[in-house]
Design a binder for this molecule. Sequence first.
Ligand SMILES: Nc1ncnc2c1ncn2[C@@H]1O[C@H](COP(=O)(O)OP(=O)(O)OP(=O)(O)O)[C@@H](O)[C@H]1O
Length: 596
Amino acid sequence: MNETHFSPHAPALPGEPIPFLLHFFRHYTGWCALVVLLEIGSSASGILTPYAIGQIVGGVTDAINVREQIFTAVAFPLGLYIVLNLSEVLFSRASASCRIVVAPRLRAQVTSELYAWLQHHSHRFLSNNFAGALASRISETSTSVNMTLWTLVFDFLPIVVTLTVSVALLWYASIPLALFTLVWALLFLSISYQLARRCRPLAHKSAEARSITIGKVVDAVTNLASVRLFAMLGFERDYLKNFLNNEITAARRWLWSNERILWFQYSLALILKVGTLLFALWLWQRDRISVADFVMSISLSLLIINEVRNISRRFIDLFEYIGNITNGVYTIVREHEITDSPGAKPLQVTQGCIELRDVTFSYVPGSPVFENLNLRIEGGQRVGLVGYSGSGKSTLLNLILRLYDPQQGSILIDGQDIRNITQQSLHAQISLIPQDPGLFHRTLLENIRYGRPDANQEEIELAARGADAHEFIERMPSQYESLVGERGVKLSGGQRQRISIARVIVKNAPILIMDEATSSLDSVTEQAIQNSLNTLMQNKTVIVVAHRLSTIAHLDRILVFSHGRIIEDGSHAELLAANGAYTQLWTRQTNGFLVE
Ligand SMILES: Nc1ncnc2c1ncn2[C@@H]1O[C@H](COP(=O)(O)OP(=O)(O)OP(=O)(O)O)[C@@H](O)[C@H]1O
């Protein structure tokens, strides 16, 4: 388990539901074998009890005229009856204890491995799926894997044992009665299985509808502040209603199909109950079975029906679990879009030179953001990217960080194609300060330490001072131990940004990327941390995206983007002298802001 937590690699997971189940079950074969033995013991004890009852009744009938000797007459079957009841209880409690040991671990293991797999999915996958729906699928899948195991062991196994032993006992009492029960059992199991299997797609659809609704609820709850501020509470409830209606329809279809199975199963159970009674009476009338066997047959048929009542529900449940697992596996255990190539090596940064060669990239087929883009940023160079919104600046950063792979061309860092190096090492060598830094709902200390887990308190405070964050942290009730709220909502935008800068100071990677890093800061705070940023930028390759041109005017080089192309390239002074697009942007800025 620990390996799963700390390894940067995703564990291998089968992408089909049944191999996926077996992948987890194989870790518990020893435990499962023990539980199977205990359950066989428990079921066999339960099923032999009617035999003991039959023998007691037989003994009572024989001793009808010598009542004072009744206990001697039934001593053996009575002892057997007590031992069987006792062992049934002991075996079943022992197997339940095994479940207590195994079940929480199995559930945790499925959650952990699915989560590890999810961590390696691409940015595109995560943008296309609701976080809430993914979390609910992980939870449903791990519960269902667990329940599948226990349903097989605790419900299906006993019925198989019960039917086998019943038929054997009946065979000994009366072959026709045994054949009748055997044919009935085979019919019951095969038709139940077929019916339940047909319901499987409905179970799958119902699970899917449920997770879509949960995704929508999580999305709405995350944006609840916007919902309120736009006075859209009613609208959101109506919006959710459509998904709830789909969920209701899917669930009803699934439940009706279950109901049909239950009707069939209950009818078949009735046939067994009445059929055994009539058949046993008929056999007794012809003196082909004894009173003891007559009582045993009736008790056995009642016992079988009791088990069967459980199994009919369990068949349906089993297919629901398989439906949930299928849903989870097909959603999460898909092939990763971006993976480390075989034999990928760690990135070695010597200069920090970044080069794009003939890069063509589109998010959506047919509308490329870049076509044959070429760019070389020398090691240690500090480059500003400007251009109107949607011109491709953030996309360029996404490609350098390998959040997406270009369809054509290559990106190299110090001559190493980033497709041939490990993603872990790539991300370790690049620091990013994004537009909207998402913080963890953990303490400020933990959030800053995220940049380098072994950083000590002193280094963290130094970084916080560098990012002009120390003062506001000290004013907080629990200082560095203060919790920041989900995604850092308890902090202002500027404070979040400063924590994110402190984190990057602690990380101190050789390549630094800032995407509108200081956009949430007021001019006074920006000025205060500009010095630390300048210090941070020293001896690093730096790419800064900024709409406020004053923040990048002092950089070595400025690239002007327009519709995915670099239309101007030079220093601030050179670009102003060229009197082109940059000059237009510069002159159209009011108070340092780009007019959109
Ligand atoms: N995940 C995505 N899926 C599809 N299209 C996207 C995605 N992200 C960005 N785009 C599109 O790609 C183009 C470039 O977007 P990009 O975010 O790189 O622009 P930008 O220059 O960084 O804009 P801004 O200054 O507003 O951040 C835009 O047309 C945008 O709509």
